[in-house]
Design a binder for this molecule. Structure first.
Ligand SMILES: Cc1ncc(COP(=O)(O)O)c(C=O)c1O
Length: 338
C-alpha cells in the first residue's frame, strides 16, 4: 500500500531532507544501542522544528481556501506559534496567536524570553490569556471580529495537529525511509516527543509504508494522565483516518513517566538528557519536549531493552529557543553521574 502525497498542495518553507546522523559519543555513553538522530530541529524556519513540516501543508491549504488570516494557539513558550508566525510572514498572511499562560513555571525570564521574544519581534497579533481564561471563547471573539472585516479565517489547532498538519509527518516518515535505503540502515525503534499527537500519528502512518515492523514510540511530554493522553491521540487518529480515507489503523505506542509535575515543568531527568546531549554531541535539545523525550530514551537504554547492535532513531523535533526561557533550571546545573 502507498500513500501518494504528491497531489496534495504544499508551500515550501523549510530545508529538506534534514540530516540523519549517528551519535557515536552518546551511544558509547549509554553502552549501546546505536543512537541515531533525525535533525528536524534543522528545518530552517526561524530556528526550525517539527512544525515547519506541518505548516507546509497547513499554509498551502489556507491559501487554497483563500484565507486572509490565520488564528492559532499555544502556551507562552510555544514552538508551534513561533514557527506559525514565521510561516505567515513568509506567506504574507495575517497571523493571530492566542498564547495561554498555562505553565506554572515561576521564572520571570519564562514570560519574556525564548520563543516569546521571537513572537514579539514579528508583526503577528499576540493575544495573551491567563491560565483560567478560555481559549475557545477568545477564538469565537476573534473569528467574529475578523469576519466582520470580511476576512476569511483559517484556524490551526494547537501544535498544528489537524489531519492536514499530520501529512507533514507522513512525509517525514517517507523521507526517513529513503535515507535508510540510501544509507543501508534499518531502525529497531523510533523515539520522539509527543504532545498534541500530530507528529506521532504522521510518523506511525508514514512508517507503515516504509517498514511494517519498526515501532514508533511517542514519549508523553504533555499530560500527567496517561489514559486521557492516549485517548485524545486515538480520537485524533480516527479523525485523520477518516479524512485520509484510510482503513488500517496505525499502531500507536507510548512511553509514559517523563512529564514530571506537568507539561513544561522541568525534571531532573530532562536536565540530565539536555546537558549530556549537548556536552557529548554539541546538540541542543529543549526543556519541554525533546529533553524529556531523550530522558525517556536514556531510560529505555538503561533498562537494557535493546541489544548493543540495535539501532534506535531519535527524532529531534526542535524547541531549542525554549532553553532561554528556562535559565534558572539549567544554569550551573550539575549532572550526577554515579
Ligand atoms: C519541539 C517540539 N517537539 C515535539 C512536539 C510535539 O509534537 P506534536 O504536538 O505533534 O505531538 C512539539 C509541539 O507540540 C514541539 O514544539
Amino acid at each position: 500500500m502507498t500513500l501518494d502525497l504528491k497531489p496534495i498542495a504544499k508551500l515550501p518553507l523549510g530545508h529538506f531532507p534534514t540530516p540523519l546522523e549517528r551519535l557515536d559519543r552518546l551511544s558509547d555513553f549509554l553502552g549501546g544501542p546505536e543512537i541515531w538522530i533525525k535533525r528536524d530541529d534543522c528545518t530552517g524556519l526561524a530556528f526550525g522544528g517539527n512544525k515547519t513540516r506541518k505548516l507546509e501543508y497547513l499554509l498551502a491549504d489556507a491559501r487554497e481556501k483563500n484565507a486572509d488570516a490565520i488564528i492559532t494557539f499555544g502556551a507562552l513558550q510555544s514552538n508551534h506559534v513561533r514557527q506559525t508566525i514565521a510561516a505567515c510572514a513568509k506567506a504574507d498572511i495575517e497571523c493571530h496567536a492566542v498564547l495561554s499562560d498555562l505553565v506554572p513555571f515561576d521564572d520571570p525570564v519564562y514570560r519574556r524570553s525564548g520563543n516569546l521574544l521571537i513572537d514579539h519581534m514579528s508583526k503577528a497579533h499576540i493575544h495573551k490569556l491567563a491560565a483560567d481564561q478560555d481559549a475557545k471563547q477568545k477564538l469565537k471573539h476573534l473569528l467574529s471580529e475578523l469576519q466582520s472585516q470580511s476576512k476569511t479565517v483559517y484556524v490551526i489547532p494547537p501544535g498544528g495537529s489537524s489531519p492536514t498538519g499530520v501529512l507533514g509527518y507522513v512525509s517525514a516518515a517517507l523521507e526517513i525511509g529513503q535515507q535508510c535505503e540510501r544509507q543501508n540502515i534499518r531502525f529497531d525503534a523510533v523515539v520522539h516527543a509527543s504532545a498534541t499527537g500530530g507528529t506521532q500519528i504522521g510518523l506511525s502512518i508514514g512508517c507503515r509504508f516504509v517498514s511494517q515492523e519498526t515501532p514508533i514510540l511517542g514519549v508523553n511530554v504533555y499530560s500527567t494522565d496517561p489514559a486521557a493522553f492516549e485517548e485524545r491521540i486515538a480520537n485524533l487518529t480516527t479523525e485523520v483516518m477518516s479524512e485520509l480515507k484510510m482503513e488500517q489503523r496505525p499502531a500507536l505506542q507510548f512511553v509514559h513517566g517523563f512529564v514530571g509535575d506537568g507539561y513544561g515543568m522541568p525534571t531532573e531527568a530532562m536536565k540530565e538528557a539536555v546537558l549530556t546531549t549537548f556536552q557529548l554531541e554539541g546538540i541542543l535539545l529543549d526543556p519541554v519536549y525533546t529533553g524529556k523525550a531523550m530522558a525517556g530514551l536514556f531510560d529505555l537504554c538503561r533498562k537494557k531493552l535493546y541489544s548493543k547492535s540495535d539501532k534506535i532513531l531519535f527524532v529531534h523535533t526542535g524547541g531549542a529557543p525554549g532553553l532561554f526561557a528556562y535559565e534558572s533550571a539549567l544554569m550551573n546545573h550539575n549532572i550526577n553521574r554515579d
